[in-house]
Design a protein around this ligand. Structure first.
Ligand code: FAD
Length: 314
């Protein structure tokens, strides 16, 4: 009997979704290659090193995209247990503070949030450790491969315009501002959700998150403010500094700061679909947005399920 080889898959995107898809295809013996725009894997799970601060912290990484992740699904829990055993991730906290425009207003318990001592990008780097990633931008549907677009739909639509018809998600931008101080001018905290503030939504204590206790904060600017500063994100730095000074109650300026722009940071709401991916003939889509709760875990599940589906349809 002639056995047909499965048609190879070109995975575009090496964020958690693309890497999860690749692992799933590898397990099922489907040939694939991965092409990623950008030099490093991780996508929105990004960690950026301090450069030129003139402090002892040059080289230290800040998490500029995803802040942490949570776990609810059993297979993802198995992956997280493996990451924990390998020393890549650590349980961080189940309690964050919340604040209003005037200052800290209380604490709130929730699910366990996980952190990565080496920066959140190190999670994707670890999962991708045996994979070959080609650097480049996929710009068209290839003739000889099936194409798996593992990225936010607005980016997928640049390669395959029909992708936008499949998503009802509205994406909001976030500018994240990383700051380094001479010392911690605040009392101990892990993270603060800032409610009803026109300028910022979240403050992470990056020193607590990284475990090195560096005097380091990461602030997420509100979507509306971010949308108005995508061309020149560093304009928001003085606003971020003023807001944390007010909320945390100190006057000192950061020794170093950096603003990073995420044009497609998070969908306001995910696109609900029967599966966490779409297969349209030779082109398929996966990302965190095909879930009621768009987040790291949703990206991993979407990529895994797309890998399963592509292994079925040869
Ligand atoms: C500011 C911020 C805060 C967040 N906070 C949290 C949080 O606290 N907890 C949580 O769980 N989640 C959080 N998230 C969401 C989380 O980061 C995402 O759910 C997850 O990273 C999705 O991964 P992905 O692989 O689907 O997409 P991405 O990480 O966006 O990866 C897509 C990849 O595709 C590449 N790419 C794009 N176009 C092309 C192309 N044409 N050709 C080749 N490659 C291409 C990109 O360069 C990128 O590497 C946050 C995100 C942001 C931005």
């Amino acid at each position: 009997m002639i056995q047909h080889l499965p048609k190879p898959v070109l995975i575009a995107g090496a964020g958690i979704t693309g890497i999860s898809c690749a692992i799933s295809l590898r397990e099922r013996g489907v040939p694939f290659r991965i092409v990623n725009k950008g030099r490093r894997v991780g996508g929105r799970m990004a960690s950026r090193a301090v450069r030129g601060s003139g402090t002892a912290f040059d080289g230290r990484v800040f998490d500029t995209g995803a802040s942490y992740f949570t776990v609810s699904e059993s297979q993802f829990a198995t992956v997280v247990a493996e990451l924990e055993t390998a020393g890549v991730v650590q349980p961080w906290t189940d309690t964050f503070h919340f604040a209003d425009a005037e200052g800290i207003a209380g604490v709130k318990a929730g699910p366990m949030r996980y952190r990565a001592e080496g920066g959140i990008r190190s999670i994707v780097e670890y999962l991708a450790r045996d994979l070959v990633i080609e650097e480049g931008e996929v710009t068209a549907v290839p003739a000889q491969e099936r194409l798996a677009l593992c990225m936010p739909t607005p980016q997928a639509a640049r390669v395959y315009p029909k992708a936008s018809e499949l998503s009802t998600a509205v994406w909001e931008p976030v500018i994240s501002v990383s700051m380094l101080f001479d010392r911690a001018h605040w009392s101990s905290f892990d993270g603060i959700f800032v409610n009803q503030d026109a300028h910022i939504t979240w403050i992470a204590n990056d020193g607590a998150r990284r475990g090195d206790h560096a005097p380091a904060l990461v602030v997420h600017m509100s979507p509306v403010l971010s949308a108005g500063h995508l061309v020149n994100p560093s304009e928001v730095i003085p606003i971020a500094v003023a807001r944390i000074q007010k909320i945390l109650g100190f006057d000192e300026e950061p020794a170093w700061s950096h603003a990073h722009r995420w044009t497609f940071a998070k969908p306001i709401e995910g696109t609900t679909s029967p599966t966490p991916h779409f297969v349209l003939g030779e082109v398929s889509l996966a990302s965190d947005e095909f879930s009621a709760r768009p987040r790291v875990e949703a990206g991993w599940l979407s990529g895994r399920d797309l890998g399963h589906a592509l292994a079925e349809v040869r």
